[in-house]
Design a protein around this ligand. Structure first.
Ligand code: IPM
Ligand code: MG
Length: 372
């Protein structure tokens, strides 16, 4: 008789796309942390495949990624992305050729950006305590100002014309607002602020407001309000505790999320999830910071934004125990000024911060890594 315990080990297939600049440093750091997590439990592990797409690939092949690149990652369980941006290639080329190609190709329409002031982080809002700033920004990630609709004519002539049309569809607005209401409902305060600009943008944003009102009726337990995007910036600074979940269009949320990250102490910490909530395609997780060419290759990049993005990846995969363990580890290292990188005023290196997180994970009881 054999006495073999049947254990079902799950293997998550992860595509890593470091991209450009410090993406090449923080993505391997994120992979190391995932490997440290896999080593702590026998329920799941990861299988990584790396894709060298980005500026260097462009110089060699004339495109940021291969024409059939999406097919190479379509069957992955998740994508860990670094950043795009290269000083020698126009920004709209790098963005549209890689990151937006993946976001739009996989219809990752919900971009989720949590912001909190982590322990030990010196944030600029002196009048508010760390507990007063605990937000999740939901960014419409598939259309609006980033639709790519528009064009140029009469180029080089005095009558040159250019348009960028912000295109909003009822289906697109409905699905992002419904996602935001649902997310707000899942958080303790059940509070949603819908960002708008319907006073000036009198077509699409008026439709946005109408749909917000319609969708709100499906969520009677969610308290919600509307705020003009300009007024929202002042409210974020002056009355941060009045906000919890925030939903905005693609461009509005792009701007508000940089403000949010700065108010929480550093762009180097902030994470993002580009989600396909319907799970037809893999979702993509990335730090919100850019490629930071000024510090690339020096080992100085803050990997915390990537680690927090990995937390979001683990949550998306349903590995809630591991996600919680990693978030605890992140909060322990931010609490220690000796482990602050340059963006936080410290001198720690990417490798030191990564080692510290892996050491904390290695010391935690294995049972803690199981999904709840
Ligand atoms: C972000 C970034 C990008 C964006 C840049 C790199 C084009 O700022 O993810 O917020 O605007 O979407
Ligand atoms: Mg941005």
């Amino acid at each position: 008789m054999f006495n073999i315990m049947e254990t079902q080990v799950k293997t998550y297939r992860i595509a890593t796309i470091p991209g450009d600049g410090i993406g090449k440093e923080v993505v391997p750091a994120g992979q190391r942390v995932l490997e440290a997590i896999a080593a702590r439990n026998d329920a799941f592990n990861f299988e990584f495949e790396n894709f060298d797409w980005g500026g260097d690939f462009y110089r060699e092949h004339g495109a940021m990624m291969p024409a059939d690149g999406l097919d190479a990652i379509r069957n992955k369980d998740a994508i860990l992305f670094g950043s795009t941006g290269d000083p020698h290639i126009p920004d709209h080329v790098t963005l549209w050729g890689l990151r937006l190609k993946i976001c739009q190709g996989f219809d990752q329409y919900a971009n989720v950006r949590p912001t909190r002031i982590l322990p030990g982080i010196d944030a600029p809002l002196k009048r508010c305590g760390p507990k007063d700033l605990d937000w999740v920004i939901v960014r419409e990630n598939s259309e609006g100002e980033y639709s790519g609709v528009g064009g140029r004519a009469h180029q080089g002539h005095p009558i040159e014309v250019a348009t960028d049309v912000s295109m909003m569809t009822r289906a697109g607005v409905e699905r992002i607002l419904r996602f935001a209401f649902r997310l707000a409902q899942s958080r303790p305060r059940k509070l949603l602020t819908v960002i708008t600009k319907s006073n000036a943008q009198r077509h699409a944003m008026v439709m946005w407001d109408e749909i917000a009102l319609e969708v709100s009726k499906e969520f009677p337990d969610v308290e919600w309000d509307k705020e003009l995007v300009d007024a929202a910036t002042a409210r974020m600074v002056n009355r941060p505790a009045t906000l919890d979940t925030i939903v905005a269009t693609n461009l509005h949320a792009d701007i508000l999320s940089d403000l949010a990250a700065a108010l929480a102490g550093s762009l180097g910490i902030a994470p993002t999830a580009n989600l396909d909530p319907e799970r037809r395609y893999p979702s993509m997780f990335e730090p919100i910071h850019g490629s930071a060419f000024d510090i690339m290759g020096k080992g100085l990049a803050n990997p915390v934004g990537t680690f927090w993005s990995v937390v979001m990846m683990l949550e998306h995969l349903g590995e809630t125990g591991a996600a919680r363990q990693l978030m605890n580890a992140i909060e322990r290292i931010t609490a220690d000024p000796a482990l602050h990188t340059g963006d936080l005023g410290g001198t720690a290196t990417t490798a030191q911060v990564t080692d510290a997180v892996c050491a904390i994970l290695a010391a935690e009881p294995a049972a803690q890594f199981k999904a709840a």
